[in-house]
Design a protein around this ligand. Structure first.
Ligand code: KG4
Ligand code: ZN
Length: 352
């Protein structure tokens, strides 16, 4: 079984062909760097237009590189939410048109489910597993019980963790995309120089908060001597910030492991996914935590953590094997929580 997957929910225009034997036959990603650089962030309208410009070329390249023609494709999957709706519409309309023209099933994929299931493509992780999903729009702890069956244990009450990386990068003049730039700068920095808070640490449950941390980064920058920022200051702040984030993620995940083991005594794996999971320092911290708690650890290769088409194609494979296809009247969803029954996190600004 081979599925073509299309991803357009944020600033990557991506397409891939993946098989049910867990092979990635092609994986083409166009990152909209030049388009968003002048704004030091993703502008939804600019992103939607760029997706429209690129999607045909990216899909054609994914098909060509896969080495199989249309006759070898069994379904077309696309991210149908959550995300920036203009971009999502471009991907969904493209996938529906291709499916209709080729007489193939269409699979509407939840972007979060695509991140959540990637570790099954890369590592064949069995259900159930504990997932830390860390991206530009989300920060959640979930028990992944099955395709389409998620139990959310915690979420952020304000900013997503990737957003905190991006805002920190912007304040330090590191530009866009922020996460990789902060990680790079942190390599030579002293993580102990700035005393930054660990929001929510020690609190019951496993919700997150990052807006206070961001504010403290801004205050630390303002407390530095006037004038242009020195490279050493930037490096030390990045290292201190990244260390605070890693501490919080590890402490909250540690709590979630307790809840996971209570709910699923046979559960064996901790998985981290989403763009921030590309961060080596965070991966290393979680790996140590998993080992301490007797769990296996899986983190997809960095290129499969940040947005890509392979994860969407794989989610398509998982759904198609269960006969879960969608009609061409499927309406894209700007909000689409994985666990709609999850209790609301305490606090304002809670994301889906
Ligand atoms: O999953 P993703 O590609 O898109 C969303 O679904 O949001 O995640 C993008 C986020 C951005 O905030 C980006 O700064 C962050 O992931 N990110 C990183 C790293 N690479 C990407 N954050 C920290 N360290 C990285 N190496
Ligand atoms: Zn994503």
């Amino acid at each position: 079984m081979r599925v073509l997957g299309i991803e357009t929910s944020c600033d990557e225009t991506a397409a891939a062909v993946v098989t049910d034997a867990r092979e990635v036959l092609s994986n083409v990603v166009h990152q909209q760097l030049a388009e968003h650089k002048p704004f030091a962030g993703v502008v939804p309208e600019v992103a939607a237009r760029a997706h429209l410009d690129q999607v045909g070329r990216v899909v054609a390249a994914a098909l060509a590189r896969s080495g199989v023609g249309w006759d070898g494709i069994d379904a077309v999957a696309a991210t149908a939410g959550p995300g920036l709706i203009g971009g999502v519409l471009v991907g969904v309309m493209t996938a529906k048109a291709l499916a209709a023209a080729r007489g193939l099933p269409f699979v509407a994929v939840n972007h979060l489910e695509a991140h959540a299931l990637t570790a099954r493509l890369t590592d064949g992780v069995p259900f159930p597993y504990l997932l830390l999903l860390v991206s530009g729009g989300h920060c959640q702890l979930l028990i992944v019980e099955d395709v389409g069956r998620y139990r959310r244990l915690g979420t952020t009450i304000d900013d997503a963790v990737g957003e905190a990386f991006d805002k920190t990068a912007k304040m330090l003049g590191l530009g866009y995309p922020g996460g990789p730039a902060v990680e790079q700068a942190a390599r030579t920095g002293d993580p102990g120089r700035f005393d930054l808070p660990r929001p929510m640490r020690g609190r019951a449950g496993c919700d997150f908060s990052f807006s206070g941390l961001k504010t403290r980064v801004r205050m630390a920058i303002e407390a530095l001597p006037q004038g242009p920022l020195q490279d050493a200051d930037v490096a030390d702040l990045c290292a201190s910030f990244q260390n605070a984030v890693a501490d919080v993620l590890a402490e909250r995940t540690d709590r979630a492991i307790g809840m996971f083991k209570a709910a699923h005594p046979a559960g064996r794996t901790l998985v981290v996914a989403g763009g921030v999971a590309a961060n080596q320092a965070i991966r290393a911290r979680l790996q140590v935590l998993a080992a301490d708690r007797g769990l296996a650890f899986a983190a997809p290769a960095p290129a499969l953590c940040t947005d890509n088409g392979a994860m969407v194609a794989w989610a398509g494979v998982e759904r198609l094997r269960l006969g879960l296809t969608d009609g061409l009247d499927f309406r894209p969803r700007p909000r689409w929580p994985l666990d709609p029954d999850a209790p609301k996190a305490a606090g304002a600004g809670v994301k889906a």
